[in-house]
Ligand binder design. Structure first.
Ligand code: BTN
Length: 189
């Protein structure tokens, strides 16, 4: 099935990039340099509402805006230095989070959908911890204990809430034809 990019699709994708930028500002700075933020909630919501393709696109737009210096990252920061810095691995990781939350949202099996999102969250935390560890010279387990493990309960809860809320919003947007209809699944051969 050919998927056309309509004006509605482009607008809703851009709107979710803006939602991520706004929720990124609800952030509590931490001594490690990795703040507690609502970005994981925002990205998971974006994936759950828009699906894998558009959700990853919205997240990509958000990252590109930040990369060129628009202050959309946490605490109104932006620029390549942030992407190359202590929190940069998490920012790259948001792409996997959006992709897997988006893929999960289109699955009929809800627990499996949440599990897909959790794999995306783990990928995001792994990338974030690896880059943090590389830049600080701290070993991986120590880095994980500092910048990943304490954030996980909040991020897992955020993901579940975003999935539940996102599916409701997605249903409404599909009904209003604001989102393109889901491609029918191919019958197995
Ligand atoms: O500089 C940025 O904008 C990125 C900040 C990344 C914060 C990470 S995302 C995963 C984990 N959960 C949080 O609440 N904070 C960290």
């Amino acid at each position: 099935m050919e998927r056309k990019l309509t004006t509605k699709t482009i607008v809703i994708t851009g709107m979710f990039a803006a939602v991520i930028a706004v929720l990124a500002q609800i952030a509590i700075p931490m001594p490690s340099g990795v703040p507690i933020t609502l970005q994981t909630f925002a990205i998971a919501l974006t994936g759950a509402v828009l699906g894998a393709r558009l959700g990853t696109a919205a997240t990509g737009i958000y990252i590109l805006l930040g990369a060129v210096g628009v202050p959309v990252f946490s605490n109104f920061t932006g620029g390549l230095a942030i992407i190359a810095g202590k929190t940069g691995g998490f920012i790259w990781g948001f792409l996997f989070l959006a992709l897997l939350c988006g893929a999960g949202a289109t699955l009929k099996n809800k627990p499996l959908g949440v599990a897909a999102g959790l794999i995306g969250l783990i990928a995001c935390h792994l990338l974030g911890t690896l880059q943090f560890s590389f830049l600080t010279g701290m070993n991986f387990p120590e880095s994980a204990l500092l910048v990943s493990v304490p954030y996980l309960p909040k991020d897992i809860l955020s993901l579940i809430l975003a999935y539940a809320l996102g599916l409701q919003i997605r249903k409404q947007l599909l009904r209003a034809a604001i989102l393109p209809p889901q491609a029918p699944k191919k019958a197995p051969l």
